[in-house]
Ligand binder design. Structure first.
Ligand SMILES: *Cc1c(COP(=O)(O)O)cnc(C)c1O
Length: 429
């Protein structure tokens, strides 16, 4: 187009896509195909050798899925991205090139309940482990990193309480210790926060949430900043040493800033098979076209709802970092200046019983285990998403029994507030 660097709203609509070369189709076609015809034997060999970039088989790459990866990489300011079958798959795919038996990650205590579960129990089957640390205690984060640590993991806006992580401070520690910082940016979306600008190495997303935006898709994405030197310390042999699983190719430095992305496709998707399907990628591409507009409305509504809840006598406290009363208000202004998201919790004076009654009486809100939908959603984390955790883990994660989590949608704010008002009245009757 021109010499200008396109802005976020332009990238959200154009990045990663061009009119279809075969048909001129303006919208990204859904390439519903498993395989791609090679021009000849030499072409096939070059593709398998990574000497030429192209499509082989849709477990590895597919044009619709690649378009989505390129778009999200552009929005996050990354070098490359790999799409996966879910947010949880993205987390495994982010760790896979870094980890091995006996190695660990240092993870924030404030994470999505499913992630705490994945990191506490499931990754042990691979011989990996996680040390959970309160990321407000930077000295504790630093002290937790040992010779076997291969990453720090946090969420930008942490589920469920809307807690804002000091990404820059964690990036400084990661940098000092020579390990990558992985940031789950699901609840912020790249419209509100771009962790790579604060020093993150990898960004993971559940595309299931705001990126798609309407509760239709399960998907995940790993974005690589392209800035980490995988060869510097000898700690990342999957990336820096000749890879026996890929006829001896050392991905880094051979593939430069794309080393992590190519490894994730050529080894990760090839052998783990956590592939995104082209139809899902298409829906997410459609969703991203309106990401900026939706996030502005989500944030505007969330502020209004949180302010109303905060002054209601039946409510004990509201955790939204977009409230001036929040201890994280100033950090939110730094990390996500366009708004602190639309996910937060509030506690009821009536405790557990009142929370359950509130949820049973909402009409506009949907009682679901999801977030980042156009619809307003509500859930009692302690009895659902954070149910498998110990009471102590629940409190640390911000999912105590007396709090409910809301994901504020883009309906009329007056209707959202009216629904909460009538449900609170019923809960306290
Ligand atoms: C939902 C979610 C995940 C998991 O994503 P799925 O697409 O459900 O696998 C991970 N992190 C956060 C912050 C989430 O909200």
């Amino acid at each position: 187009m021109t010499d200008r660097q396109p802005g976020f709203d332009t990238l959200a609509i154009h990045a990663g896509t061009a009119p279809d070369p075969a048909t001129g189709a303006r919208q990204v076609p859904i390439y519903q195909t498993t395989a791609y015809v090679f021009r000849d034997a030499d072409h096939a060999a070059k593709l398998f050798n990574l000497q030429e970039v192209g499509y082989i088989y849709s477990r590895l790459t597919n044009p619709t899925v690649s378009a989505l990866g390129a778009r999200v990489a552009a929005l996050e300011g990354g070098a490359g991205a790999v799409c996966c079958s879910s947010g949880h798959a993205a987390q495994i795919m982010a760790l896979f090139p870094l980890m091995g038996p006996g190695l660990n990650i240092v993870a924030s205590t404030r994470l999505y309940g499913g992630t705490i579960q994945q990191f506490t129990n499931t990754i042990r089957k691979f011989g990996w482990s996680a040390k959970f640390v309160d990321t407000e205690d930077l000295a504790a984060v630093e002290a937790a990193i040992d010779d076997n640590t291969r990453a720090i993991f946090c969420e930008s806006i942490a589920n469920p309480g809307g807690y804002i992580t000091d990404i820059q401070a964690l990036a400084n520690i990661a940098n000092l210790k020579g390990v990558p910082l992985i940031v789950d940016n699901t609840t912020a979306s790249p419209y509100l926060c771009r962790p790579i600008e604060f020093g993150a190495t990898l960004v993971v997303h559940s595309a299931t949430k705001y990126l798609t935006g309407n509760g239709t898709v399960t998907g995940g994405i790993v974005v690589d900043s392209g800035k980490f030197d995988w060869s510097a310390s000898g700690k990342f042999p999957s990336l820096s040493e000749p890879e026996p699983a890929y006829h001896g190719l050392a991905f880094h430095p051979a593939l430069g800033s794309m080393a992590f992305t190519f490894h994730s496709i050529a080894i990760g998707l090839r052998d783990l098979g956590m592939t995104m399907n082209p139809q899902g990628a298409h829906y997410t591409l459609m969703g991203i076209e309106t990401l900026a507009l939706r996030m502005q409305k989500h944030v505007k509504n969330a502020v209004q709802v949180a302010e109303w809840l905060e002054q209601d006598p039946r409510v004990e406290f509201v955790t939204y970092a977009g409230l001036k009363s929040s201890p994280y208000y100033h950090r939110a202004q730094m990390i996500c200046p366009e708004g602190a998201g639309a996910l937060f919790t509030f506690a009821l004076k009536g405790g557990y019983d009142a929370c359950v009654k509130l949820i049973d009486n909402v009409k506009l809100f949907s009682h679901v285990a999801n977030l980042g939908d156009t619809r307003s959603l509500i859930i009692h984390s302690a009895s659902t998403t954070h149910r498998q955790l110990t009471p102590e883990q629940q409190v640390k994660a911000g999912a105590a029994p007396n709090v409910v989590r809301v994901s504020i949608g883009i309906e009329d704010p007056a209707d959202i507030i009216a629904d909460l008002h009538q449900a609170l009245t019923a809960a306290n009757a």
